[in-house]
Design a protein around this ligand. Structure first.
Ligand SMILES: [Zn+2]
Length: 234
C-alpha cells in the first residue's frame, strides 16, 4: 500500500477515537444534570411529605384549642347554672352545654382522624427519609464515578491529540488538507477501502480507471461518487 495511505489510515483511526471521546465527554454534563435532578426530586418528595405532616399537626392543635375553649365555656355555663334559680334559664343553659358537648365530640372525632393520618405520615416520612439517604449515597457514588470517567476521557483525548499531531506533521500538507476536509464533511471516514470494485464509503461501484489506479497504488485515488480517498481492500 502507498505509505501515505498507511499513514492516513493511522491518522484516521486516531481522529475517529478522538471524535468518539468528544461525543462521550459531551454526555457528561447531561448525565450529571440528570443525577442532580434525581437528587433534587428525592429531596422534594421528602420535604413535601414533611410539609403535609406539619399541616396535619397544625390542624390537630387547632382542633385541640377549639375543644379547650368549648370546655371552658361549659365550665362557665355550669357555674352560671348553679347560681340560677330560674328553671327556664337552667334549661336553656343545659341546652347550650349539650350543644357544646356535641361540638366537642365532633371535634374530637376529627382530631382522632388527624392523629391516625399523622401517624401514617410519620411512617411514610421515615421510609422516604431512609430511601432518600440511600438515593443520596448512590448518586454521590455515581457523581464521583462520572468525575473519574470525565478526567480519564480528558487525558485519553490528550494522548490521542498528541499522537495525531505527530502523525499529521509527517503527511504532505495538501493531502492532509484534503483528508481533513473529507473527514469533517463525511462524519465517518475520509479514507475507505475499495472491495470487489465497490467504495465502502458510499457503497457505489467505482470506475475501472479508478479501480486500476487504486490497485497500482502509485497515486492517491478518490471515489468518483463520494470523493473519499481510496485504498485497496480485500
Ligand atoms: Zn464512494
Amino acid at each position: 500500500m502507498h505509505s501515505e495511505l498507511e499513514q492516513l489510515l493511522v491518522l484516521q483511526d486516531r481522529q475517529q477515537k478522538i471524535r468518539q471521546i468528544q461525543a462521550e465527554i459531551k454526555t457528561v454534563p447531561l448525565e450529571r444534570a440528570y443525577l442532580e435532578s434525581q437528587l433534587a426530586a428525592t429531596a422534594a418528595d421528602v420535604e413535601s411529605l414533611k410539609q403535609k405532616g406539619r399541616q396535619v399537626e397544625v390542624e390537630r392543635k387547632r382542633l385541640e384549642l377549639d375543644v379547650g375553649t368549648r370546655n371552658e365555656s361549659i365550665s362557665r355555663l355550669r357555674t352560671q347554672q348553679y347560681q340560677t334559680r330560674k328553671n327556664d334559664e337552667f334549661q336553656a343553659i343545659s341546652h347550650e352545654i349539650e350543644r357544646y358537648e356535641n361540638e366537642i365530640r365532633k371535634l374530637e372525632d376529627q382530631e382522632l382522624e388527624l392523629m391516625i393520618e399523622g401517624d401514617k405520615l410519620k411512617a411514610e416520612i421515615e421510609a422516604a427519609d431512609k430511601s432518600a439517604r440511600a438515593t443520596k449515597d448512590s448518586i454521590a457514588r455515581q457523581l464521583t464515578d462520572l468525575e473519574t470517567k470525565s478526567k480519564a476521557l480528558g487525558s485519553q483525548q490528550q494522548e490521542f491529540e498528541t499522537e495525531r499531531e505527530a502523525l499529521a506533521s509527517k503527511i504532505d500538507a495538501d493531502l492532509l488538507d484534503q483528508f481533513e476536509r473529507l473527514f469533517n464533511s463525511k462524519g465517518d471516514a475520509a479514507i475507505v477501502a475499495v472491495e470487489r470494485g465497490v467504495c465502502t464509503g458510499c457503497h457505489m461501484k467505482v470506475t475501472t480507471a479508478t479501480a486500476s489506479r487504486v490497485k497500482a497504488g502509485k497515486e492517491i485515488g478518490n471515489c468518483g461518487q463520494c470523493g473519499r480517498i481510496l485504498y485497496l481492500g480485500q
